[in-house]
Structures are given as structure tokens and as C-alpha cells.
Design a protein around this ligand. Structure first.
Ligand code: ADP
Ligand code: PHD
Length: 277
């Protein structure tokens, strides 16, 4: 059975009241799908506050301790969301990156995912719970807590979708944002910006590599030809948002049965090297 992964960034959980709204969105997803995993980022501004806190204590904090500190932001979000879901009668359980089996390289603050072993997530889904996963973090093979670099929660969501849908094709990750999708320029800066309904992975990569902070380019590179991405609004839930996929993917689904490969996608782009995720 397919598992839907949905990701909420810092803007979607900017204040305590936002968790109630997110819980309602998750509820509406469960009504349509049986298996739902939610990836959450730290509340808006929380990661910056933690980084500033570290700098007040040490001008150049040891990287291991920096990661230990900044991962706290996502732990706050996952537990608060699990509480908000419990309040409306939903069964949910929160997991850190380490508990979710996100295995990374050991390079603190810029780790790359090298494997995903989501045994606890699968157990939770099999018990009809919603699994709530802390984005942006993992654990190294040396058992140290690591972080994936700023904006890393998007990559967590895609990596989990791939790992949890090995038997299925055409899974989708939904990213809930404070805008309706991807536009030809930042709609918060230019009201005349127009939204794309569909972008190829390459087009989306170009836009994000050019600096649009709507989605992490690494997440797009990892998803390429394996997972469809939908960028949508957590405010206007009726808008279908922007879909990132390949033309063939949308037109002829069976095309991809043979070309799907469970190994990490290898792509080298100008300014971005993606060997792992
Ligand atoms: N081309 C673009 N299209 C849409 N949004 C863009 C673009 N460029 C920059 N942005 C900005 O990206 C932000 C991403 O949404 P946000 O909800 O803050 O994400 P998250 O909380 O997941 O980090 C928007 O608020 C928007 O201002
Ligand atoms: N909290 C981390 C990770 C992240 O991805 O956040 P967001 O999804 O809000 O961009 C950061 O601020 O970098």
C-alpha cells in the first residue's frame, strides 16, 4: 500500500495555534489514505534562535554540539503536532530523525543521507498510527546526531517517500507552504507573479538553484523520476498547487516500471553535486 508523505515547514507551524490547523489537514489526508507520514520542520525562526543562542555561548561552537542543539527545534514541532492530533482523536506518534532510521554521513551540519531504515515508522503505520518525523536531522554510523544543512527537511520528506514506497510507484510528497505553489518570481515580493501548474524536475531545479527558497534543490534532485512533488498552500486547501514531475511520468505511468531503480539517484549539476541525497 502506498504511503503518502506530507511535509510542513516552519511557516506552517509558526505559532502554537498552527498545530491545530496542521492536525486538521493531516486528518483530511487520513480520510483518503491509510498510510500517512508527516515530516515537520522547526517553528518559524526557531532554528535561527537556537543558532544565535549557541553563538552567545561560543563564537565557533563544536559542530557535534551545534547539531545536538539545533535538532531541538524539530523535536518541539513533532511532539506538539502529536499532541494536537491526539486532541482531535487521531492516533499519532512522533519520531526523531535517528528513530526514523535516517542514516547520514558524519559531517555535522552538512550531513548527507546515505540510507533510510524506517523500521519504526513502518511498525507505526502498520498499527494504523500517523508517523510524525522530525525533518532536517539524522544519525551517523557512529551514532552521532547530525543535521542536513538549512532547508534539509524537504530532503528528509523525499528520502522517506522513496524508502517507504519501494514496492510502489508514483508516490507523491506534498509540501505545504504559505504560497499556492511555485511562481515565476517570489509572489510575496511581486503581486503580478504567476504560478506554474506543472514543472519538470529540471525546470524546478533551475528555479531553486537560481535562489528561490521555495524548495531545497537537493530534494528535487533526489526525487527526480522517482517521486512526484506537489507544492501547495496550507491556507488555500482548494488550490492544486504546482506539481513537479516528468512529462512521461504524467502521461504514461507504466513507462517507469522498468526504469525505477532503488539506488540513490546520481546527478551532477552546476553548483550542486548530488551523489547521495
Ligand atoms: N519562485 C517562488 N515561488 C514561490 N515562492 C517563492 C519563490 N521564491 C521565493 N519564494 C518564497 O518561498 C517561501 C516558501 O514558503 P514557506 O511556507 O516559507 O516554506 P517553508 O516554511 O517550508 O520553509 C514563500 O513564502 C515565498 O515567499
Ligand atoms: N529548521 C531547519 C530545517 C528546514 O528545512 O526548515 P524549513 O522547512 O522551514 O525550511 C531550517 O530552518 O533550516
Amino acid at each position: 500500500m502506498k504511503t503518502l508523505v506530507i511535509k510542513f515547514g516552519g511557516a506552517a507551524v509558526a505559532s502554537p495555534a498552527c498545530f491545530d490547523h496542521v492536525a486538521e489537514i493531516v486528518k483530511s489526508k487520513i480520510e483518503k489514505k491509510k498510510r500517512v507520514v508527516v515530516v515537520v520542520s522547526a517553528m518559524k525562526g526557531a532554528t535561527d534562535r537556537l543558532i544565535n543562542l549557541a553563538k552567545e555561548v561560543h563564537p565557533n561552537p563544536p559542530k557535534r554540539e551545534y547539531d545536538m542543539l539545533v535538532t531541538v527545534g524539530e523535536r518541539i514541532s513533532i511532539s506538539l503536532l502529536a499532541m494536537a492530533m491526539d486532541k482531535i482523536g487521531l492516533q499519532a506518534k512522533s519520531f526523531t530523525g535517528s528513530q526514523s532510521g535516517i542514516i547520514t554521513t558524519s559531517s555535522h551540519s552538512e550531513a548527507r543521507i546515505i540510507a533510510v531504515k524506517p523500521h519504526r515508522i513502518e511498525k507505526s503505520l502498520n498499527e494504523s498510527q500517523v508517523a510524525i518525523v522530525a525533518g532536517f536531522q539524522g544519525v551517523s554510523e557512529q551514532n552521532e546526531i547530525t543535521t542536513l544543512g538549512r532547508g534539509g527537511s524537504d530532503t528528509t520528506a523525499v528520502a522517506l517517500a522513496i524508502a517507504l514506497n519501494r514496492e510502489n510507484f508514483f508516490s507523491e510528497v506534498e509540501f505545504y507552504k504559505d504560497v499556492r505553489g511555485i511562481y515565476d518570481r517570489d509572489p510575496h515580493l511581486d503581486k503580478t507573479a504567476s504560478k506554474y501548474d506543472f514543472l519538470s524536475y529540471e525546470e524546478a531545479l533551475k528555479i531553486t538553484l537560481a535562489g528561490a527558497k521555495i524548495l531545497h534543490p537537493r530534494a528535487i534532485a533526489l526525487a527526480k523520476d522517482r517521486v512526484r512533488l506537489r507544492i501547495r498552500s496550507f491556507i488555500d486547501l482548494n488550490d492544486d498547487g504546482t506539481v513537479i514531475g516528468s512529462d512521461a511520468y504524467l502521461k504514461e505511468e507504466t513507462l517507469f516500471y522498468e526504469s525505477l531503480d532503488p539506488r540513490p539517484y546520481q546527478v551532477s549539476l552546476k553548483g550542486l553535486k548530488v551523489g547521495q541525497c
